[in-house]
Design a protein around this ligand. Structure first.
Ligand SMILES: Cc1cc2nc3c(=O)[nH]c(=O)nc-3n(C[C@H](O)[C@H](O)[C@H](O)COP(=O)(O)OP(=O)(O)OC[C@H]3O[C@@H](n4cnc5c(N)ncnc54)[C@H](O)[C@@H]3O)c2cc1C
Length: 385
């Protein structure tokens, strides 16, 4: 497509006006653009970073898909979005032109003997926040021998544990790369390394800038997360392991080829500076305490990024009453909930394009019929956001 920059307007204008412009090509923006292009629309995407996605929170994430384990701190809406999204990832991945590591082998939750008081607290939170049906065959109490049978490499280190057998994980960077290839395959006009501060010309604009969308959304804040990526051949964990701990709750997510993502801190503040010594010590010592083999692991990366977070810790899709949607606030659950959030955003975007939604009454009708009505807001109705 011919693209020229209209400096007077301060934003790129395309010679042929696209149906949709997506601004921000991290996790959410790529998914929305890919879906809209798959429905036959002309889509343009602007991303300030590269096609690999290195500027996004999604690049740093562990990409665990753990709706029940996350219910320890997340409300029902997030759990339900996570359960529904987990079902959709396999078919979504199957349509992408590159392979993506996806696993649904459960989450193992363990704790050291001295921290056993954490276990009933964690279980109580899960039972308070998650639907009872998820516990039927989704929460299995394990003896020490059963922990060892589930993860032989942990041996007799833990006297008890829980297996949450339905949970999953994927490889975040492979998702970003496969989506970039999918955008190309579907003819999306991608503009990598193109930061935009004003919205471009298109019939409908979808702002998916994550924390970069703060100028349009002042209440958005970043919650810093730090992770380590290590190469640890010979450990052989087969699923993500969560360690309950009063100060350093930690997960170890095994990816392909003996790569482990160890995370993650949760620190208030928009601080993208490198990982602190304290956090590195906490993450790595906790991993070493789960399995001493991590002592010989090679540190590939120590990374920090900020999770884009709204005051109520919920994701939101906000219509400005004209031609712009803002999709944001995926916080620490982006991968876990993105298929359903992106799908809902794409449906509303298509309704705006078709003029099925053009005023507050038609928006209200759309909202009433939407599966995830709680995600949908029109700007005048949500002053707090
Ligand atoms: C340490 C850490 C661990 C995590 N672990 C998990 C996990 O295990 N499971 C899970 O589900 N989620 C996890 N997350 C959360 C997940 O990464 C986020 O929720 C998700 O990435 C948010 O998606 P997004 O597309 O809204 O934002 P992002 O992925 O950050 O994408 C936003 C994009 O917008 C671009 N952008 C910003 N400003 C501009 C501009 N002006 N012009 C053009 N482009 C712009 C950015 O470059 C970026 O690529 C984790 C996050 C962190 C930081």
């Amino acid at each position: 497509m011919n693209t020229f920059v209209d400096r007077s307007a301060g934003a790129p204008r395309t010679a042929h006006r696209p149906d949709f412009a997506v601004v921000g090509g991290g996790l959410c923006g790529r998914l929305v653009a890919w879906q809209l292009a798959g429905a036959g629309h002309r889509v343009v995407l602007y991303e300030r970073g590269d096609a690999a996605g290195t500027q996004s929170a999604a690049w740093v994430a562990a990409a665990m898909l753990a709706p029940l384990a996350e219910a320890a701190s997340a409300e029902l809406l997030i759990t339900e979005l996570g359960v529904a999204s987990l079902e959709r990832w396999p078919s979504l991945i199957a349509q992408l032109p590159e392979p993506v590591f996806f696993q649904r082998n459960g989450t193992l939750v363990v704790w050291h003997a001295g921290d056993r008081a954490e276990a009933p607290l964690f279980e109580r939170r899960l039972r308070a926040n998650a639907p009872a049906a998820l516990f039927d065959d989704g929460f299995v109490k394990l003896s020490g021998a059963q922990v060892a049978a589930a993860e032989p490499s942990l041996g007799s280190r833990f006297a008890q544990g829980w297996l949450l057998p339905h949970e999953g994980q994927l490889d975040n960077r492979q998702v970003l790369s496969a989506l970039a290839a999918g955008l190309a395959a579907r003819g999306v006009d991608t503009h990598w390394n193109t930061p935009l501060d004003t919205m471009p010309d298109a019939r409908v604009v979808i702002d998916c800038r994550g924390l970069g969308g703060k100028p349009a959304w002042p209440a958005l804040r970043g919650i810093r997360g730090e992770v380590a990526r290590v190469h640890a051949p010979g450990i052989g964990l087969t699923r993500p392991v969560r360690l309950l701990h009063p100060r350093y709750p930690l997960y170890i997510a095994p990816k392909e080829h003996d790569l482990y993502v160890i995370g993650a801190t949760e620190v208030e503040g928009e601080d993208m500076s490198p990982v602190t010594v304290r956090s590195a010590l906490e993450l790595l010592s906790a991993a070493f305490a789960v399995h001493p083999g991590f002592g010989e692991a090679r540190i590939l990366e120590l990374n920090a990024h900020c999770r884009p977070t709204l005051p109520d810790h919920r994701p939101a899709i906000v219509w400005d009453g004209a031609r712009t949607l803002r999709v944001n606030g995926l916080y620490r659950h982006g991968f876990m909930i993105a298929p359903e959030v992106a799908d809902t955003a794409a449906q509303l975007a298509e309704a705006l394009l078709a003029r099925d939604v053009s005023a507050s009454d038609s928006f209200d009708d759309f909202r009433r019929q939407a599966r995830w009505a709680d995600l949908l807001h029109s700007e005048h109705a949500v002053p707090a956001l």
